[in-house]
Design a protein around this ligand. Structure first.
Ligand SMILES: [Fe+2]
Length: 191
């Protein structure tokens, strides 16, 4: 079983950026619950899950991707805060980090292993993509509405929908990691 301390260990640098202890604990708990619900038995197993099934992930795992997106979104936020004298909106780093860590947590339900040990979309994932299942998990754990918005609206489900600014930043960081892989596959990434 994946334990609280496993999740605290893999995400310890990002979790340290959440000042609200309750928010930090709820974020960790959602990961623990999702691992249990998705039948992922150990953190080693979770580390091997590819971050996407939509294009070859070329060895990039869900945990690595989650860290890259969270750090990327935080970097986008810090760059704006540092560069602009009067930013016309506030960015809440606690909510941004919690949302970054949780944006793809629904993939623990969306992805499963087939009998040949390959990864495939689960029945649950066909019924509800990860932004929906992730938002349900986060809501059940008591995460605030803004974090639900980040999880629910970070991908195509959020296109054209009202979003908190933290969702915009997580979305951009997410696609900054996804688009190059798609382009590699299509042969349109210049190297
Ligand atoms: Fe993602």
């Amino acid at each position: 079983m994946v334990q609280t301390k496993d999740i605290e260990t893999v995400f310890h640098e990002q979790l340290a950026g959440i000042t609200d202890q309750e928010l930090r604990d709820m974020t960790v708990q959602v990961w623990v619950d999702a691992c249990e619900q998705g039948n992922w038995d150990s953190i080693e197993e979770v580390k091997k899950i590819p971050f996407t099934l939509l294009t070859p992930s070329r060895g990039i795992g869900l945990i690595e991707h989650t860290i890259a997106v969270t750090e990327g979104a935080a970097g986008l936020a810090e760059a704006q805060i540092d560069a602009c004298d009067k930013l016309p909106y506030e960015i809440d780093m606690d909510l941004l980090i919690a949302g970054g860590l949780l944006h793809d947590v629904g993939k623990l339900l969306e992805i499963e292993k087939d009998p040949e040990d390959r990864y495939r979309r689960s029945r649950s994932g066909r019924c509800a993509r990860h932004p929906i299942s992730g938002a349900i998990l986060a809501a059940k754990a008591g995460l605030p509405d803004e974090v639900i918005n980040i999880v629910a609206c970070h991908a195509k489900e959020g296109e054209g929908r009202p979003q908190v600014v933290e969702t915009v930043l997580v979305h951009q960081a997410d696609f900054a990691t996804f688009d190059p892989l798609v382009m590699l596959e299509k042969g349109t990434l210049i190297r």
